[in-house]
Design a protein. Structure first.
Length: 322
């Protein structure tokens, strides 16, 4: 069997700031990893040179390219069908980039690519809390809100490879709805991402007069981490920000359930570090808003995978299927 000859795969988590590479074995352990900067790498060929230079000693470490079955990449706006990154707003390369082909040509191995939240869902299904599940929704709460939807054991890709963007479901239709990076107004991402949490905190501070440690920070400099620290200290305004965020997310999940009745929602990313402060309002709003027929069915879980490794491991898991 070919797999015995090729015990490793490469995973790449392509972020707007950094690119993290890992060589992963069949058990899902990262044997060796490294990272290079993505930000500011405007010339794709120069980026490819840096990437391959960073990979070379790692590949050597596992006995050469003949021991590697393939490479999987999780990337913003990554299209599983074409291997292209298409119109990604947070990457230095514009337009349609034949990213998988570039790596395949350089390394001489098959390369597959999907979007970053789908990669996280594959990682969760292969090695994480969603093992054995055939229907679940992965929601990544980072700079944006990403999602990977698994139905009947398969990721939902749609006709063009871009299906399953729950972060861009409109949750606010009022005239003052927040503008999203996608160009539309009122997307879930503008409220329930780390960026959205900081934005909500600023709005609350402008509207309210109560005492809060967040007032010690210049308004424009507040981050979701500041809100999290204040909330842990028992700061009421910070806790209300999480309540507001969790309620919106829980209500949105109640709507998503009507579409595919998942066994679980798996939450992943920085915001989940707030633990019960965000999970309790999510569960309450979900239970209050979900249709009776679906009540009590979906579990609300927090990914137990290490943030830094999950996306790499998920991307790598794609390559076993090549």
């Amino acid at each position: 069997m070919a797999m015995e000859n090729k015990p490793y795969v490469i995973g790449l988590d392509l972020g707007g700031t950094n690119s993290v590479f890992g060589i992963v074995n069949a058990e899902g352990s990262v044997v060796t990893s490294t990272s290079i900067r993505t930000k500011g790498q405007n010339d794709l060929d120069v980026y490819m040179d840096s990437a391959c230079a960073a990979l070379a000693p790692m590949i050597e470490q596992v006995g050469g390219i003949q021991n590697i079955k393939g490479m999987g990449i999780g990337a913003p706006n990554g299209n599983y069908y074409t291997g292209n990154i298409e119109l990604a707003p947070n990457l230095p390369w514009k337009g349609i980039v034949p990213f998988a082909k570039k790596f395949s040509d350089r390394l001489g191995i098959p390369v597959v690519l999907t979007n970053d939240a789908n990669a996280a869902a594959i990682g969760e299904m292969t090695y994480g809390v969603a093992q054995g599940m055939k229907n679940f929704i992965m929601i990544t709460l980072g700079t944006g809100v990403g999602s990977g939807i698994v139905v009947n054991g398969e990721l939902v890709y749609g006709c063009d490879g871009f299906a399953g963007e729950l972060g861009h479901v409109i949750v606010d239709t009022t005239p003052e709805a927040r503008l999203c990076g996608c160009g539309r107004k009122g997307c879930l991402e503008t409220y329930c991402s780390a960026t959205g949490v900081a934005r909500t905190a600023r709005e609350f501070l402008a509207k309210r007069t109560d005492d809060t440690e967040l007032r010690k920070i210049p308004l424009e400099e507040i981050t979701s981490k500041d809100v999290s620290i204040a909330a842990e200290h028992g700061d009421q305004l910070a806790r209300d920000v999480y309540k507001f965020t969790g309620e919106l997310l829980g209500r949105s999940c109640a709507n998503f359930t009507a579409f595919c009745s998942p066994e679980a929602y798996v939450f992943f990313g920085g915001l989940t570090k707030a633990g019960n402060l965000i999970m309790d309002p999510i569960k309450e709003a979900y239970d209050a808003n979900v249709q009776n027929i679906f009540k009590g069915k979906a579990k609300m879980l927090i990914s137990q995978m290490d943030d830094a490794q999950a996306a790499v491991v998920g991307a790598a898991a794609l390559a076993w299927k090549i």
